[in-house]
Design a protein around this ligand. Sequence first.
Ligand code: ADP
Ligand code: ZN
Ligand code: ZN
Length: 732
Amino acid sequence: MAAFADIIIDISAPTLDRSFQYEVPAELRERAEVGSPVLVPFGGGNTLRKGYIVGLSDEPKIALEKIKPIADIPKRDLSIEDSLVALAYRIKRRYGGSLYDALRTVIPSRQKIASVPKRKVRRVMSKDRLAEMLESVSRRETAKARLYGALLETEEIPYELVTGKLKITKAALTKAQDEGILTVAELDETVNEPGAGLTVTLNDEQQAAADTIAKSLGTGGVFVLHGITGSGKTEVYLSVIERTLAEGRQVIVLIPEIALTYQTVLRFYRCFGDRVAFVHSKMPAGERYRMRERAKEGRISIMIGPRSALFTPFPDLGLIIVDEEHETSYRSELTPRYHAVDVAVERAHMCGATVVLGSATPSLETFYRCEKGEYQLLTLSKRAKDGAVLPKSEIVDLREELKAKNFSVISRRLRAAIEDRLAKHEQVMLFLNRRGYAGFVSCRSCGYIAQCPHCDISLTYHNDGTLRCHYCGHRVPYQKTCPECGSEYFLPFGKSGTQKIEELVEKEFPKARVLRMDADTTKAADDYEAILSEFAEGKGDILIGTQMIVKGHDFPKVTLVGALAADLSLGVAEYSCAERTFDLLAQAAGRAGRDRIPGEVIIQTYRPDHYAITAAAASDYRSFYDTEIRYRQSFGYPPVRHMLTIVGGHRREDTLEKAMGELAAKTREVAENAGAVVIGPALPQMHKKNDMFFRAIYVKCRDIELLIAVKDAAEQWMHEARGGVGLTFDMD
Ligand code: ADP
Ligand code: ZN
Ligand code: ZN
């Protein structure tokens, strides 16, 4: 038991870099743990202040007589702040990085809060008159159309939603006010409007799911709501949220930022009124801080937002919902690289809350836990709206197009289908599942992809004429003839961008109105919503884009979805690329035929027999899962085993190679006897950036505790070796 403790006094101070050493009196040593709240004498009058232990040691860092003893380590119930610090500590332990990084993730620094009056935008013009005005709004005036549309759906909207999510300028509001369309009313901050509650009657499946989840409120539990797109998962959430609020507890709803459209926001707002608040990452820090304070004071009960909303300081959290739980955006890219789904389960466990993980395509990890009985599976198997059915899917073999001398990215079958929809004035979405990485090598004649024999992931083409594995370093010389069929079309996949496709589509369908959505056309914060609204309002016939366009948006008039090159995401050099491909195709299929007109999906691919593609075309999650989990099993990838990735970076390649070689040897010593597999050092996916070089070591093992020990040892080694090699860790 340690004799000294490093303590931070004020966790919400803007700089957290200062800790103070205190002595731990013998009688308190048993209770002194990293993360424990303490009372310590601090400052001039030695007044007692609350602090937290962030480190323990046996050595004094300053003169002994200057070290004061800790006054107390309270045993009572943890406050919300205490439990968030405890959560930060668990995050640090599992995902690495410093406790400071973890604390900053969980508890943002204090901000000045401007007092903002509570305001609402209220429609005063009659519905009919406004609907008429909406008709005459020109194609260019998208902001106006959004505003009118929103006011027709909801009579009263919080001012921040209108200026924020809806992106209506103050000038436009003033103008609309002058035209007698709306008023802006200031309201009493303390009065909450209740909202209208649930408006639809749940169907049997929805009701059964909601009831099962509701039974666990109070005791806790983790549920996986597996429902095809359009099956009404959101209505199930709303029902369970209502029951949680009725018990006086609070709710966190995580939604990927890109799916947090104003339609979604309004749906929750209509149901729960002012008790619901929204955060998003582009919100100013002060505004987000104000939301947290309101949550702490109990003035709001539902927080909706991307992964950071998970740390809302609700005093009696009863329910955490993670919608689209398979989304990669739930994994943080910053240290600590935590996974919001796992942390949600952890936080819920600490306070007896229930977790609902919703998805049409649950992540392998999540479904694996259902299979093992750790999570309870609930299924919604049909579309909720009357008459809405799942679309028909068809696979087009691009190898046949090549044989028929059609070198266009659009197959004959897809072209005919597009022409048909254009003639019927229905809408089309074309998507390219490019994930920002090219370089894998595939045969355009037979579909063969160059793969590593040791890791079973794609090899990547390098300019020195080699193909390399980014997991184990395996390399072979590149040759132009396909090793499978001998054709001369065995080529690296370049970046065939959406812009090129847009030009081509405009040429082939000169009468169609084409919209494009990708990273280039959506530079500003909410551009993507503007494009989506334009499309939703029927101001385009064909929408072309990257995976952005397939996520959680409702377009009733879209009856055809084309996946242009389904293989692109199969070539990504990661063990999870089949899963990503399946997700994208299944989500894309979910966009077609949301209303009464049945939809059609055309999947173009060089690998029509790949299980990710056939299962997606058949909307068969189960068969995809069964095949994929066997693959993970035989190669020891997560979720069957845990995998720790250690990435080292340094400006000098030789220094880095030497250091990572040593670390790998040391890791082998520690881990291999205990049954872990150590791979590397190898070139990671991104192995050079800004003149920094990178190498990766992979450690696979069933026992996560062993991996945590490996990570801690590597961190320790990094501090001692001082070679200047920076390490980052990634668990699973
Ligand atoms: P998901 O989130 O599972 O993709 P949604 O919750 O968005 O599905 O629901 C899809 C559509 O079905 C929505 O327009 C919703 O209003 C409607 N819907 C959901 N449940 C019902 C129900 N019980 N009766 C009628 N319509 C419903
Ligand atoms: Zn071939
Ligand atoms: Zn390999």
